[in-house]
Design a binder for this molecule. Sequence first.
Ligand SMILES: Cc1ncc(C[n+]2csc(CCOP(=O)(O)OP(=O)(O)O)c2C)c(N)n1
Ligand SMILES: [Mg+2]
Length: 292
Amino acid sequence: MRDNQNISDLIHPGHVACPGCGAAIAMKLALRAMGPKTMVVLPACCWGVIAGPYPQSSLKVPILQTAFATAGAAASGLRAALDMKGDGETVVMAWAGDGGTFDIGLQSLSGAVERNEDILYVCYDNEAYMNTGVQRSSSTPYGTRTTTTPGQGWKRSRKKNIVDIMAAHQIPYAATASIAFPQDMMQKFEKARHLKGGARFLHVYATCPTGWGLSSEKTVAIARLAVQCNVFPLYEVEKGGDWMLNHQGNMRVAPYLKAQGRFGHLTEIDIQHIQEMVDADWIHLMEKVSRR
Ligand SMILES: Cc1ncc(C[n+]2csc(CCOP(=O)(O)OP(=O)(O)O)c2C)c(N)n1
Ligand SMILES: [Mg+2]
């Protein structure tokens, strides 16, 4: 065991994530908060690969690998099976990428949270279909170049607001979290773990150096910038109506965009346009926070 590994970590060293993978950092932090009584449901995504092929596993907790579109349904079924066995202690944690959440898994997720299933659903968001080669998803932000939005065909449509969609289902708890704010993130996982009896949703920012054109050591710095410039605000929503802000950002978006290859083609006018979109989103969020 390496000296710098926390012996209580529920993720083994030596897994196959890319260097600097934000999704791997996210899982490490999440399981620190969730503990060993957790079962992880993985649809097709990078984490399906990072977890390893059976009988190998990079996690020390049980994993159910499921089809791309089915994380919400599979997690619901696993919860029902545990309840039949009288195990109310183990928490079912669906762990899906943005493609598996915002796109193909959205109906399954919506069904599960509408039934208010006793599950925690986590979307680790690397803002594209990374496992299959950086194709755009509906989480990919305006301005991004991907392999399906190449050259001057960079993405012109906006990132879907998944937390708004979850809040509209009026679930007990929904929140955003970032690998650059580990205490805040682990507190949210702990809160979600103890809030049993209904659906909880966490939207986790997970830098992808490989897909974003970044050197791996910048992973946490970019995640921090995303929060500081309000591209990815940290907030919580209880019962769909009680909005709480966890961090006030005051930076401009330009340093965040200019640090990443995926935005390298943007002109100053494009950057100003993105700044205006981020400012407008921030005002909408503040309106909801001030309703408390
Ligand atoms: C029905 C179906 N279509 C396509 C695929 C191929 N596929 C596997 S993972 C993946 C991308 C997943 O993207 P995302 O959910 O964002 O997770 P990431 O890979 O970025 O971690 C795709 C398209 C599949 N497994 N099943
Ligand atoms: Mg993804």
